[in-house]
Write a protein that binds this ligand. Structure first.
Ligand code: AMP
Length: 531
């Protein structure tokens, strides 16, 4: 393996660390600690199996596993074979997983034994035979379920592939994720090897993670911020420390785990603050405190900085479509409070080599100080949505003044100051963040309407606090309150937990704006009056 070459695939940093420091701890999962060598001896069996059984045309493989060796080893194993991975979340409802699986075109799944129950429910619903790779020893599937599918269990996975840089093209998919879609179907975003290589190169320089670092792993693997967790860590030969599922909040074990790198959505910090965990100097081991995924309030940044007194606090910003994060702002306890707008920390400046442009409704750039929609371009920006030219054309556009350059329209409203610093001001649509998860409220509306058999149903992000939502509620008109529990149960079958309305409100009338559209702002005001 030529280590002097620029990394081409997402797995190459792991291989570099494996060859340089095979005995370093790569993964600390509760009681279980695996060195780079041990993790590869698991992942390399998946790679070998994929290399022997799949046709080169099969470019992506699903990983149905959750915070287990199968999850981390499965992802590495898939990448090691030169393919992209599609993370599936066993906490998601079956219906949604089926939609994602079908859209991805995957014929092969790597499955962790912790997902056996979901797999058994999934298999009878598949419309084609699949290959299941089950690297864990214990799972023995019922034969009846498998008549048309091929299963490769741990007994057949004896060969371990050499940790060899796979041959990939820059355009090949490194990972395929799905985000909430306003028309009711999740949108697939295929992030290419070159998109993510651009991010990794910048992150390596910016954060300077080294092989004694202990990195948090807070994000679900279906959230692209987890890609930062895994690969900036392994790139540096550091130790990845997922928090245990039994933990109330990852921040409560941060000190005990001796983490040096922290990355989470602000909601996790907010929760820690409510639990009284952000005491001054509570997290002395941290070198970096990174936040991304939703607006970061100034008060929270200040409180975290006091708790993580030895760390640099940064607010990162970016959509999945532009690969993990693309702008950054460093918190400065003295200067930053005065720079915050509406109590929110600025999102700052674009990463080196990436471009930002703030435009009006006609896609014309607005001058500094004026509000516009943030558009993004550069090597991190993906090509569009999977099998959806219409949505791609709506969001990946050309701006008059930049010729053939493709820009991703984020839907985020921002203002830029004379220095080029970006300030996040909100959204131009009904996309919201619920505890950091991206949600199109219209996707919930559609499910609610079907569940409640009424057109007069609307989802509202509620309650709100400091610019972010911690839940969703449904507001209905003209339906029977006696069926609320059934409506919520029907939503649970189709939506991930964070999108399911926690409560249904019944209003005599749903307020409309002057254009006759549902006025979510007024509904939120009505909910505030009820609170
Ligand atoms: P996702 O694709 O899930 O990463 O969500 C991307 C969206 O999250 C962005 O378009 C923003 O609306 C929001 N977002 C991400 N980071 C930040 C941030 N630092 N401040 C405000 N909003 C953010």
């Amino acid at each position: 393996m030529d280590l002097s070459q620029k990394p081409k695939s997402l797995v190459s940093g792991f291989f570099r660390s494996l060859l340089a420091k095979p005995g370093n701890l790569a993964l600390e999962l509760g009681e279980l600690s695996l060195s780079y060598e041990q993790l590869w001896s698991y992942a390399g069996r998946v790679t070998a199996c994929l290399a022997d059984t799949l046709s080169p045309a099969e470019k992506v493989v699903a990983v149905l596993a959750h915070r287990s060796v199968a999850a981390y080893g499965g992802i590495l194993g898939v990448l090691g074979s030169g393919r992209g991975y599609v993370p599936l979340n066993p906490k998601f409802p079956l219906e949604r997983t089926l939609v994602m699986l079908r859209a991805s075109g995957c014929n092969t799944l790597v499955v962790g034994e912790e997902c056996a129950a979901m797999l058994e429910a999934l298999l009878p619903r598949l419309d084609k035979p699949v290959t299941l790779i089950v690297p864990d020893g214990g799972w023995e599937p019922e034969n009846g379920l498998l008549s048309s599918h091929r299963v490769i269990t741990s007994r057949q996975l004896s060969k371990i592939a050499d940790p060899r840089e796979p041959t990939v093209e820059g355009d090949d998919t490194a990972y395929l994720l799905f985000t909430s879609g306003s028309t009711g179907q999740p949108k697939g975003v295929a992030v290419s090897q070159s998109n993510v290589a651009a991010y990794m190169e910048y992150a390596a320089k910016r954060f300077g993670i080294h092989d004694r670092d202990r990195c948090s792993q807070n994000f679900d693997l279906t959230f692209d911020l987890s890609v930062h967790d895994l690969f900036t860590c392994w790139d540096a030969g550091a130790s990845l420390c997922p928090y245990s599922q039994e933990t109330l909040t990852p921040a409560s074990v941060l000190d005990e785990m001796g983490l040096t790198i922290w990355f989470s959505v602000p909601s996790v910090a907010m929760f820690a603050s409510r639990l009284g965990l952000l005491q001054p100097e509570a997290f002395p081991t941290l070198r970096w405190s990174l936040f991304c995924g939703e607006a970061l309030s100034a008060s929270l940044a200040a409180a975290w900085q006091r708790a993580a007194n030895n760390s640099i606090v940064e607010n990162l910003y970016g959509p999945t479509e532009a690969t993990i994060a693309i702008t950054r702002y460093r918190w400065d306890s003295a200067a930053s409070p005065a720079e915050c707008v509406r109590g929110l920390v600025p999102i700052g400046w674009p990463f080196e080599g990436q471009q930002v442009c703030t435009v009006d409704e006609d896609f014309v750039p607005v001058p500094p100080g004026e509000t516009g929609e943030l558009c993004l371009a550069g090597s991190q920006v993906t090509r569009g949505y999977l099998n959806d030219p219409e949505k791609t054309a709506g969001s990946f556009v050309r701006l008059q003044h930049t010729g053939e350059q493709v820009w991703y329209r984020t839907g985020d409203l921002v203002r830029q100051d004379d220095r080029g610093c970006l300030f996040y001001l909100g959204r131009r649509d009904f996309q919201v963040k619920v505890n950091g998860y991206r949600v199109e409220l219209q996707e919930i509306d559609l499910v609610l309407r079907e569940a409640a058999c009424t057109e007069l149903a609307v989802a509202i992000a509620w309650p709100l606090s400091e610019g972010s939502a911690s839940g969703v509620v449904g507001v209905l008109s003209g339906s029977d309150p006696a069926t609320d529990a059934e409506v919520i149960a029907a939503c649970k079958k189709r939506l991930p937990r964070y999108m399911v309305p926690s409560r249904i409100y019944h209003f005599p009338q749903i307020p409309l704006n002057v254009n006759g559209k549902i006025d979510r702002g007024r509904i939120a005001e009505m909910l505030a009056r009820l609170a």
